[in-house]
Design a protein around this ligand. Structure first.
Ligand SMILES: C[S@@+](CC[C@H](N)C(=O)[O-])C[C@H]1O[C@@H](n2cnc3c(N)ncnc32)[C@H](O)[C@@H]1O
Length: 333
């Protein structure tokens, strides 16, 4: 979220403004961005704030955050509203939005991608996945941009932050991300081998997401018939803070055992981080495969424990986990 702030800073804000967030989730980043904008409104303003996410999103935490979005100016009135809908549908009436943003959400595809073919190894499937999803991803992004071009007023803005391909051994920077994914898949394989999960437990657990680059963003924007022009674009690597906490703890450690404790703590946080994304897809698919719901939760916890051990054993804790992001601000023509 912080890395996207330069895109919000010099936006022109009128005194009657509508701001929409597409893919707001539990609302923490959304409320921060909305607050930054609301705090800069001219005196006597009226601000309509629209929070969009899928109808399946849990909007409760967001609702609790809404009273915290306030203007220092008591003459400003704020009208928050929730729009539960897919952002691959029209979400608000045409030409009503001044500022739109979507932080870490346009990488979610409209449809589930192709499952892992049984003949492919995990490594092979992961290496081919981006290329296989590229066409659908481009189509979805053009569609998203076209829908938003109807909703955002001429002269308005759209800000996107999307995950980019993360460092791996190929580009000279080494991240622990690949080892983290492998740790999770190795844990699932072990559970299948031990008869605790069905043999096809791995087939449909991959989130329907894609990683964008500045080039793929530009290619999609250029297909919107001049609706959008790029005002700013940049990329950043966002490191997970847990790696640096581990390094600091290890510097202070008086013996090897304490260093191992810090590394294991990092492994726990890293695996919880990836399972927060993969978990719902894993459990959803296993339940579809007739794994009983309470047993599913139990086996998921076992998977998490095994993945944490595996990430520590496979050397993942020696590398930072990170996510590269691409940031774009567009102006509506
Ligand atoms: C990684 S979260 C990002 C949340 C938030 N914007 C942030 O930066 O913390 C992605 C969000 O996009 C939402 N999302 C995915 N596909 C969507 C769709 N088609 N329509 C609306 N929201 C969607 C998900 O439900 C999820 O809440």
């Amino acid at each position: 979220m912080e890395a996207s702030l330069p895109l919000f800073e010099d936006l022109e804000l009128g005194s009657n403004v509508t701001i929409a967030d597409y893919g707001c989730s539990q609302g923490a980043s959304s409320a921060t961005a909305m607050q930054k904008l609301v705090a800069r409104l001219p005196t006597g303003s009226s601000a309509t704030l629209i929070f969009n996410d899928l109808p399946s999103n849990d909007f409760n935490s967001l609702i609790k955050l809404l009273p915290k979005i306030s203007s220092p100016d008591p003459t400003t009135t704020i009208y928050p509203s929730i729009a539960p809908n897919s952002f691959y549908n029209p979400v608000v009436p045409a030409s009503t939005v001044d500022i739109a943003f979507a932080l870490s959400s346009v990488h979610w595809l409209r449809q589930m991608p192709q499952p892992k073919p049984p003949t492919e190894s995990i490594e092979e499937y992961l290496s081919k996945r981006a290329a296989r999803n590229a066409e659908a991803s481009h189509r979805d992004l053009v569609y998203f941009l076209t829908l938003r071009s109807r909703e955002v007023k001429s002269g308005g803005n759209l800000i996107l932050a999307a995950p980019s391909p993360t460092a791996d051994d190929n580009d000279g920077r080494i991240s622990g991300n690949e080892k983290l994914r492998l740790a999770v898949f190795t844990a699932i394989e072990l559970l299948i081998k031990n008869g605790k999960l069905p043999v096809n437990a791995m087939d449909r657990i991959y989130p329907p997401s894609y990683v964008h680059t500045e080039e793929t963003m530009q290619a999609a924007i250029s297909e919107t018939n001049g609706a959008w022009i790029i005002e700013k674009v940049y990329s950043r690597v966002i490191h997970h803070p847990a790696y640096h906490s581990m390094i600091e703890s290890q510097k202070r450690a008086k013996n090897e055992d304490t260093k191992v404790v810090a590394a294991k703590e990092y492994a726990n946080i890293a695996v919880d981080w990836i399972l927060a994304v993969f978990g719902p897809f894993m459990k959803g698919w296993w339940i579809e495969q007739d794994v009983e719901e309470s047993y599913c939760e139990q086996v998921f916890q076992e998977c998490s424990r095994l993945a944490k051990e595996e990430f520590w054993k496979n050397g993942g804790t020696r590398c930072p986990i990170a996510q590269d992001f691409v940031f774009v601000r567009m102006g509506r023509q």
